[in-house]
Structures are given as C-alpha cells and as structure tokens.
Design a protein around this ligand. Sequence first.
Ligand code: PLP
Length: 366
Amino acid sequence: MARPLRAEIDLDALRHNYRLAASLAPGSRSMAVVKADAYGHGAVACAGALAALAPAFAVASIEEAVTLREGGIDQPILLLEGIFEAHELETVEALGLWQVIHSDWQLEALLAYEPRQPLTVWLKLDSGMHRLGFPPAAFIARWERLRQARDKTCDLHLISHFASADLDDATAFNAQHEVVEHVRQQLGAPICVANSPATLVKPQAHGAWNRPGIMLYGSNPLEGDLPAGLTLQPVMTLRSRLIAVQTLDAGQPVGYGGRWRTPRRSRIGVVAAGYGDGYDRHAMDGTPVLVDGQRCAITGRVSMDMLTVDISHVPEADVGSEVVLWGKGLAVDEVARHCDTIGYTLLTGVLPRVPRVYSRSPKSDG
Ligand SMILES: Cc1ncc(COP(=O)(O)O)c(C=O)c1O
C-alpha cells in the first residue's frame, strides 16, 4: 500500500472562493494571486481552474510566470516584485507579462530597454508598509517619467500593499488608504491595492483591480471572523491514515523527548504525516486532528514522517482509519493557531513529497 498522506485539492471550492471575492468587489477586476505554487495548491492546476473566471494572475517571479505559461495559461500575469535582473525584460516581453516597478534600477532598466511594443507597468507606491515601493513624492516623479516614455510603457497602474487590512483596529489601514487616495486623485491612476482582507472588508479600497490570495484557498485572513453570511470553502484537505495503534498504561512518554505522557491508560494512533511533509513541528499538544471524523488531539512532538494522536475516546479507530489534518471539517486556521502561526504558512509549507490529488465536478467548467 502506498503511503496514505495526500493533499486533496477541491477546484470547485477554489472557484467558489474566487466568485465570492469577485462578487464582493463588483466594480473591480479580481486578479488571482497564485504565487508560491498557488499557496501550495499547485499553480498550473489552480490557474487552469480559474482561467475562465480570472482576467489576470499574480506571481512572485518570472520562473513562476514561465511555469504558468508552460502550463497553458494565456492570461496576463503580473510579477509582483517585478524583474530581479535587467535581462528578464526580454522574457517579460516575450511572454506578455506585466511587471511591478518598485525600485529605480528597475525603472532605469525599462527605460534603457527597447521593447517592440510598449509594456504594461504597475508602479509600486509605498503607502506605509515600508517594504517595497516609492514614497508619494518620489512615486509621482517616477510616474511622470514613465508616462512620458510612451515607447516603453502603454498602460500604467498604481499598486500598493496593506500591512494591516486584516486587523480589527483600522488605524494603520486608514493611514495607508489615505496616502493611496491622495496619490490616486492627484494622478487619476487606476489602482490595485486590495489583498484578501481588504477585498473582504474594505470596499473603499477595491479600486480598478483587487488581488486576493489566501481567501481563494479558503483560509480566513481576518483577525476576527468573516462577516456574517460569507463562507469560504477549504480548498486543500490534508488527509492520511493511522498506520499503527499503541495501547499504553498511564504515565508513559510518547514521542521525541517524551514531551507528553499518558494521563491514564490510553490508545495512541500513529498518523503518516510529519514535518518532512510540511506539517508544522511547532504543533502543540492538543492540536486538533480528525480521526474517522472525530476530533482528537496531537500528543507528543511531531516527527519527520509521523505524528501521534490520542484516540482513547474513539474506540472504533484503528489501523487504516482516515485522518484529516486540516481542510474539510477542520479549518487550517484553527490548526495554525495551535502552531503559533497562520494558515498561509501551513498551506505554502506542504512539501513536494505530498501528492496533490485534484477533484472537481465535471459540470463546473466555464
Ligand atoms: C504584493 C502582494 N499582493 C497580494 C498578496 C495577496 O495577499 P493575501 O494572500 O493576503 O490575499 C500578497 C501576499 O503575500 C502580496 O505580497
């Protein structure tokens, strides 16, 4: 029997989530963020499943864009960090990519380049996150230079990123939004600033384009709950099985370092999944797992290829029982809280040795 761990990817759920994002921002176009291999879900499969819906995709590097083009994705693809080396402009042009310009060297590289057709540029405004982009005055000067270089760029947009759109306290978001609005009004620029949290709860920031990522994969990026009536469907369900069961007396240590001891006579199930698959080793005792649909708790440290769960209260569970590590029936966000992290890291962290298995109903195309 093959090792039972797999990541089931529900492409219908992905499409549901995309449609939700698009419906929340009706006057805006929703660019699907599929960087980091579509947050661990498989970029070509996910972009393919969204191809009839999404007008554009966003990735982090030219290599990721090439993978999409080789996978048959024809839509515009935005390089969120632009080029990393000047020679990449040839590939940008050849593949019809869109580029962010966040630094002067990228601007100079474009101005020195001789494209056959002017290229689409997304100029990055640092509206307060202080990660990438030009502060407002410098942005306006760069915008003017690009606007005048008509043989280099045809289509110019303002792009910026929010550091805190997910927080209940809107102070930092409002400050950034004010900067964006000020520059937008001055230049009359089409803007793209809304990530998933802003797409979900900041309609004032939807702009000409929005660019949701994590919400497409069914994880809630907000500090609090989703607004009433909104449902995201989990796209990845990480599934495995019990490969052994131990019955132990009270007081026995389980796993590396004996971090956890049986408080009573206990049945411990051994699951084929570990940090060598991307399951977070920071998972605390008590991290939830479903065994035959029943909630159980991780007990003891996660090993490279296995982890252990207390199945004392699920007497029917045995070798071969189905285990859900997250996904349908168990939100990745809940698991993430027990690992002191966020859904993003768990999803992007699933390693290549875990097979991705894709499902969608045949009538869902289009
Ligand atoms: C520049 C940029 N835009 C959009 C996104 C998508 O953000 P989210 O996954 O929170 O929707 C990210 C995510 O890291 C990003 O870095």
